[in-house]
Design a protein around this ligand. Structure first.
Ligand code: SF4
Length: 151
C-alpha cells in the first residue's frame, strides 16, 4: 500500500468522496445527481460527500453521451483520482448514447471504452435513490485496502 493510500484509508475510512463530470448530457441526469444533495435524499447522512476535486475523490460519477472532445479531459480527471477508485456511468447516455446516438452524431458511447466503469445506473434519467444505491454498493471497492487491513 502506498503512503497516499494509507493516509486516505486512515482519514476517510468512514466516508465516500464523490466527484462528478458531465461529458455531454442534457442535464436531466445532473439534476438527479444534485437532488441527492437536497434534504429529501440528503446523501451526507450516509457519509457521502460531493465536491469537484478529483484528487480527493473515491468515486467518479459520469453523466452524458461521450464525445471525442472529452477523450483527454476525462482521462486526465480519472488519472488524478487516487487508488482505490471507481467510476459510475449515470443514465443511458454514458451507457449507450441514448437519444444522442444517431447516425452522423459525434457521440462515442459507451464511456466504458474510455475509462473503467465499475457500475452502471440505467435510466433517462435514473432516480436519485438508484444513483445512491450504486455509490453505496462500491464502498467495498474504494475501501478494499482498509477492509483488508482491519482483518
Ligand atoms: S440519460 Fe436521458 S436524462 Fe440523462 S443525460 Fe441522457 S438524455 Fe438526459
Amino acid at each position: 500500500m502506498s503512503f497516499l493510500q494509507s493516509i486516505k484509508n486512515t482519514v476517510r475510512s468512514r466516508s465516500i468522496h464523490v466527484s462528478y463530470v458531465n461529458v455531454g448530457s442534457c442535464n436531466g441526469c445532473d439534476i438527479e445527481v444534485l437532488a441527492m444533495l437536497a434534504p429529501r435524499y440528503d446523501i451526507e447522512q450516509y457519509g457521502i460527500y460531493v465536491h469537484n476535486n478529483p484528487r480527493e475523490a473515491d468515486i467518479l460519477l459520469v453523466t452524458g453521451a461521450f464525445t471525442p472532445q472529452w477523450e483527454d479531459k476525462l482521462k486526465s480527471i480519472w488519472d488524478k483520482i487516487p487508488e482505490p477508485k471507481a467510476a459510475i456511468a449515470i443514465g443511458n447516455c454514458p451507457i449507450s448514447g441514448c437519444v444522442f446516438n444517431r447516425r452522423g452524431s459525434f457521440v462515442d458511447p459507451p464511456v466504458a471504452k474510455h475509462i473503467p466503469i465499475a457500475a452502471e445506473v440505467p435510466g433517462c434519467p435514473p432516480r436519485p435513490t438508484e444513483i445512491l444505491n450504486a455509490v453505496l454498493s462500491l464502498a467495498p471497492v474504494v475501501f478494499k485496502d482498509y477492509e483488508e487491513k482491519q482483518q
